[in-house]
Design a protein around this ligand. Structure first.
Ligand code: IMP
Length: 432
């Protein structure tokens, strides 16, 4: 029995999809515990590309069960669309292997409408959300007016919740944001339709996970977004509305903290960020463009170009602390091949000459931080065929070893290309 959590150590898009897909062979179930369809996990299997937003990335393995925990916000239209698209490509995802927590909150049309209206009203100060209604859905959860998956099985309760919510949301949409109001009846009918299809998938996920563990099974918890998008620990307010740190796997799936064994921290070999917010090592020069082009750094959810920059050790070290990361998985290392020099950020310098070893809570202060870099030699050899650590050029290994030493966590996996096979395994993730 093992419970392994996979989390992003930066601002998301670290390549969690591939790694979860790879590790799925070793587990019985894959669990999502936070976020929603703001995530976009790209998998390449046998040269075929799949992008998943809501269903756990392990779904391509036919004999595994995928769980969507109570901490996830579920847009039923997106979920059903994903089930249908997978079916069209020969991947059957029936209720026997996809379980949705009855306690998961549902994204409603008014959530997306409010998300977009708020962003528009903020103008230049917009967060740059994915516009999927994630924040407003979590707001309703905290306000205790949210619609939960279980409500799909009780039509009268569903109707009354939708009516009450639409009355309030329309007030804001029409009077404050000057947007079109929505129809409660139309939403009710739409969600009744979803209820018919989704009812067989809805279950007590916490209980089902307990059964897997009690039977000696293993689970993989698939984090979405990244540590520095965490609503508590990230670069607030330029964050998402959930907790991508590893600790949230417990409350977002309904498993006890003593059940969890290890945390794999995903680290892209450079840094990217989508949307607004501070980014100390951001590059607006040809090196940044290199990363963007060679790394195909365009959002898999919104298609927006990702901002790119040097690898920030301070960012990763903070993630190791916040999530108790026990091993590092380095991704997209091959993207850096061909750069003459690499720079690795080991601290920040402030205008008064002082230095910082961690990201400050104040965004003003973070905005003033100048990265302190260490310089590394690049490499020119093609590394995509490397399957053992020693196959990597010495300069590449020096870069990775400095990262591991600086952040205080060992190298566990190194990904050198998008395919499952393009991976170097240094440690057994499940051995901890
Ligand atoms: P929201 O999660 O849609 O509310 O967006 C809030 C912030 O999180 C924005 O900067 C988004 O670009 C960012 N974000 C949300 N999901 C992801 C993701 O999966 N990868 C990277 N950034 C994300």
């Amino acid at each position: 029995m093992a419970c392994v959590i996979v989390v992003g150590s930066q601002w998301g898009d670290e390549g969690k999809g591939k790694v979860v897909d790879l590790l799925t062979e070793r587990v019985d179930g894959i669990v999502r515990f936070q976020g929603g369809n703001n995530a976009g996990h790209t998998l390449v299997v046998g040269g075929e590309k799949f992008i998943l937003h809501l269903i756990p990335s392990g779904v391509l393995h036919q004999n595994k069960t995928c769980f969507v925990g109570n901490g996830v916000v579920v847009d039923p239209a997106v979920l059903l669309g994903e089930i249908d698209r997978l079916a069209a490509r020969g991947v059957k995802v029936g209720p026997e292997r996809l379980r949705i927590s009855e306690r998961a909150h549902l994204i409603m049309p008014y959530h997306a409408a409010l998300d977009l209206a708020r962003e528009k009203a903020k103008g230049g100060g917009a967060i740059g959300t994915t516009g999927r209604g994630i924040g407003p859905c979590y707001e309703d959860k905290a306000a205790r007016v949210g619609v939960r998956a279980v409500d799909l099985t009780e039509p009268e309760l569903l109707r009354s919740k939708i009516e009450a919510n639409v009355a309030e949301k329309n007030f804001w949409l029409a009077n404050y944001f000057h947007e079109e109001p929505l129809s409660a009846q139309a939403i009710y009918e739409q969600y009744l339709g979803y209820a018919k299809r989704l009812a067989p998938y809805i279950s007590d996920v916490s209980l089902e996970l307990e059964r897997v563990l009690a039977g000696g099974g293993s689970l993989l918890f698939e984090g979405a977004q990244g540590t520095h998008l965490d609503i508590d620990h990230g670069t607030y307010p330029y964050v998402t509305s959930s907790n991508p740190v590893a600790g949230s796997a417990c409350c977002g799936a309904g498993v006890g903290v003593t059940r969890l064994n290890s945390v794999l921290g995903l680290v892209k070999a450079y840094t990217t960020r989508v949307g607004g917010g501070p980014f100390p090592t951001e590059l607006l020069d040809e090196n940044g463009r290199w990363m963007q082009e060679k790394g195909a750094e365009f959002g898999s959810t919104t298609g927006r170009p990702r901002r790119c920059g040097w690898l920030d050790g301070v960012v990763v070290r903070q993630a190791v602390r916040l999530s108790g990361i026990t091993g590092l998985c380095i991704t997209k290392l091959d993207v850096l091949t061909g750069l003459d020099k690499l720079y690795f950020c080991v601290g920040y310098r402030l205008p008064d000459g002082g230095t910082l070893e961690a990201l400050p809570a104040s965004l003003n202060k973070l905005g003033q931080c100048q990265p302190i870099y260490e310089e590394f030699e690049g490499w020119r050899e093609d590394i995509t065929g490397a399957r053992r650590y020693d196959d990597l050029p010495a300069s590449c290994r020096a870069y990775l070893e400095r990262l591991a030493q600086f952040v205080g966590a060992p190298l566990t996996l190194v990904s050198v290309g998008p395919d499952r096979e393009a991976t170097i395994v240094l440690q057994d993730v499940f051995a901890a």
